[in-house]
Design a protein around this ligand. Structure first.
Ligand code: EPU
Length: 418
């Protein structure tokens, strides 16, 4: 199994280009199921989750052609005839469930494996299913599969008990082709939800209120194939900002949208990091001494759970104690035991971690448990004394494009060992 080796202690310096956003690409790939024809996507990140989603679509009968080093994807959905997301793909990528809404809305049926729990939490999809039932779908669970049917979905008022990102996306995708008006209250406001809404609007959907907690969708009878260039990944950008800060480096993060990172930027400033913001770039200068800062994860525009682990790595080296509260997922502290192996002083009580800053972290062999935990271990390794070996990096490849190459270009001593 591949691993990553890092010799820590080098400051990162230079420019890094941010790739297309994973969590935008996946729902936008699901959008291709809403109309037959050739869909054109640009700036697609080269990630394992994107490949998995393409396999999912190909299994249904889509033809997918990559161009320009596969940064451009042509997805031809003319031949779609198998309305299924099988267990083998859903268990490797929960976002596969995003095909449920569009299949049901366009083809009137779907058979989708019910995702199980994962390393960061139980992650039920009850809100997705509740919304689809309110829109008139008949849903049965048979042998681990969701069987969903509806001759035509009807628009409906839906209140989400939890502001779920993929739940909002799944219901928005379904509502675009439903009969009449759907209102989704307590909708997620993440930039990825807004990007999905814009992509749908560009292909003929009538969606109002994206980016607010109240979405209104007027169903239309058909949509055109989509044509869209994927926006930058705010979590990748945030991870590089933290990596620059922890190594006391100076990095210009190019091709990002700082506006989408407001919570992180404020917290980094509190920690003493210097930041200069432009429309599409962010200059980060790490401080000589990191100040302790408390964070609490929340849905957007709150501090993103997807940056909690990386921020914790930074706080491990702060001059004092900080409190980190995880409110979104119930089990997103799997990186703590690994950071402790590197000398971090962290205590957990329920959903709260008390991080007492230490003078140094020391390189060690550590195990990645999920995507963002892996990123936190890399960030910690960059600032540790000696060698860190991160195992099970297949998690990392799900969501970071060539992270070791990008870090190497910034001066890190990092390599992938096959
Ligand atoms: N939840 C429910 N019922 C539902 C849906 C969600 O109880 O029907 C709960 C979840 O268990 C969780 C909370 O609601 O406790 C929020 O989960 P959400 O549904 O918003 O998460 P998600 O849509 O499954 C997306 C991202 C995650 C990101 C979260 C939160 C994608 C493909 N995934 O997941 O990204 O952490 O939103 O922002 O968009 C990652 O990229 O590493 C990642 C895990």
């Amino acid at each position: 199994m591949e691993k990553i080796e890092i010799i820590g202690g080098r400051a990162l310096n230079g420019k890094v280009q941010i790739s297309g956003c994973k969590n935008s690409t996946l729902p936008i790939l699901a959008t291709t199921l809403l109309s037959k024809g050739v869909h054109r996507l640009k700036n697609v990140p080269r990630l394992r989750d994107v490949t998995t989603f393409c396999r999912l679509l190909a299994g249904m009968g889509a033809e997918i052609v990559g161009r320009q080093g596969e940064r451009e994807l042509l997805v031809d959905t003319t031949g779609i005839d198998k309305l299924e997301a099988p267990y083998d793909l859903v268990r490797t990528m929960r976002a596969s469930v995003l095909v449920l809404g569009p299949l049901l809305a366009h083809y009137g049926e779907a058979r989708v494996s019910l995702p199980g729990g994962c390393a960061i939490g139980a992650r039920p999809i009850d809100q997705h299913l509740k919304g689809l039932k309110l829109m008139g779908a008949e849903i049965e669970l048979i042998e681990g599969y969701i069987y969903a049917r509806a001759r035509r979905l009807r628009g409906a008022p839906i209140y989400l008990d939890i502001s779920t990102v993929t739940g909002t996306e799944n219901l928005m995708l379904a509502a675009c082709l439903a009969d009449g008006k759907t209102i989704i209250e307590n909708a997620a406001c993440e930039p990825e939800v807004i990007e999905l809404a814009q992509t749908l609007i560009d292909s003929g959907a009538r969606i109002y209120g994206a980016g607010t907690g109240s979405l209104e969708i007027h169903g239309v009878t058909s949509l055109s194939p989509i044509e869209h260039s994927i926006g930058p990944d705010r979590i990748e950008a945030g991870t590089f900002a933290i990596a620059a800060a922890i190594t006391q480096g100076e990095v210009e993060i190019v091709g990002c949208i700082p506006e989408h990172l407001r919570a992180l930027i404020i917290k980094l400033k509190e920690a003493g990091v210097k930041l200069e913001l432009a429309d599409h770039s962010l200059l980060v200068q790490g401080p000589a001494a990191i100040k302790p800062v408390n964070i609490e994860t929340l849905p957007y525009p709150g501090f993103p759970t997807d940056l909690q682990a990386q921020f914790m790595a930074l706080m491990c080296l702060a001059e004092g104690s900080s409190i980190i509260k995880e409110n979104v997922f119930e089990n997103r502290f799997m990186h703590v035991a690994e950071l402790r192996r590197m000398g971090a002083d962290i205590q957990i009580q329920g959903s709260t971690a008390l991080v007492r800053g230490v003078k140094d972290l020391k390189g060690a062999s550590v195990m990645a448990t999920d995507l963002r935990a892996s990123a936190a271990l890399i960030v910690a390794g960059l600032a540790s004394k000696g060698e860190t070996v991160v195992h099970r990096i297949y998690h990392l490849d799900r969501g970071y494009e060539r992270i070791e190459e990008k870090l190497s270009l910034l001066g890190a001593d990092i390599k992938r060992i096959p």
